[in-house]
Design a protein around this ligand. Sequence first.
Ligand code: GCO
Length: 457
Amino acid sequence: MGFTTKDFGPDFKWGVSTAAYQIEGASTLDGKGASIWDVFANTKGKTYQNQHANTSCDFYHHYAQDIALMSIMNIPNFRFSISWSRIMPEGTGKVNYKGIDFYNKVIDFCLQLGIEPWITLYHWDLPYELEKKGGWANREIVNWFSDYVHACITAFGSRVKHWMVLNEPVVFTGAGYFLGIHAPGRKGLNSFLAATHHAALCKAEGGRILRSMRSDLCIGTTFNASYIQPYSMSKQDELAAKRVDALVNKLFVEPLVGLGYPVKDLPLLQRLEQFVKSGDEQRLAFDMDFIGVQNYTREIVAASLYKPLIWATVVKANKRGVETTLMNWEVYPECIYHVLHRFNSYKPKALVVTENGAAYEDVVIGGEVADTKRKQYLEDHISQVARAKKEGINVTGYFVWSFTDNFEWAEGYRPRFGLVHVNFETQQRIVKQSGKWYSKLITETALVHLADAERYA
Ligand code: GCO
């Protein structure tokens, strides 16, 4: 192991991550309104084998069992998201108190067992009623989102201290509003650019609302972060890599830290101007308490004449003969070290790895899941986080994606990311070998620091 449990210090936040639509199920229960993912996944031809998350791991009914399991595994931090349409079935206006009750139960049970809840406000499941009014492409969303943030902080703010505003905005705007492969399934540059600008505004506005409502919060937001390298040393490939890097890594973080959109690296972003109103540049900025970095792999990029707009293409891992996970993502542990350095260049107050993990096709044999590859993946990536930390990067937490197997969006249930195996028919949970390993690692860390503290007391 390239690290020891001491490398992370006593205050390091070890945790696991999940998202509402991927785990909760109970898609129409207790007054919940439909979200864009409910509609998309229940439309024929949109997901792998037409799978949907109407029931998924049924966290809605199994939350106590799952949080108790987390506690047995000594996992001290739990990141989950709130389903906007469970709290506000129409997206704005009337609050559904049964929805609030559900999250109250989750939060209270976490606190009772000594687990710190970390809330993501938006993990891709927009209320469908809002999509009917234009969704993220309608600037009104800044007001809709503000109402929703108010409702959440009012209900949960006295007990939840860690908040994340948006999860991976470039993925939900890119896949959902440009490529049409995620909900709501819209295509086209204009809807993407409009959604981008409005999401960027909401991200900062959400932070401002949280801070204005309470002064005792730790506020962040999360970004997908990829280590991007050119396919060859040619000028064309280098420029292509730069453009993709601007789109994947810079588009949302740079306006947040006050640098504006990365138009110089990706000229097509000039077209964002049509959606920008006076005063927006200031409104896009907010000084988060932490930046959430989510990394799984690296991307190799080549110039391409077949992809107008960006003139670049990603050279897929299976074309490069490298080791991959089930997502066809290259296993390249150093990538997390590089993205931490990269995001550190924006001088955030702190960085937290809010997601990292690997999907494999796990099998249960004799009641056990011997997922040695996942264990190795986690160990190698955590080792690279330790390397960055030793070099002075202020990374203060690490969360595995994911606690249990769940619904992997358009890919359905085939890719399993969990530390805990789920049988989606019986809802039985089995802690995988990787889960036992992670549990042991973080338990040891806690014990080592406890022993140190006692020695110096
Ligand atoms: C994302 C989301 C998660 C995914 C995970 C694996 O990063 O896409 O935050 O919901 O399930 O990343 O793809």
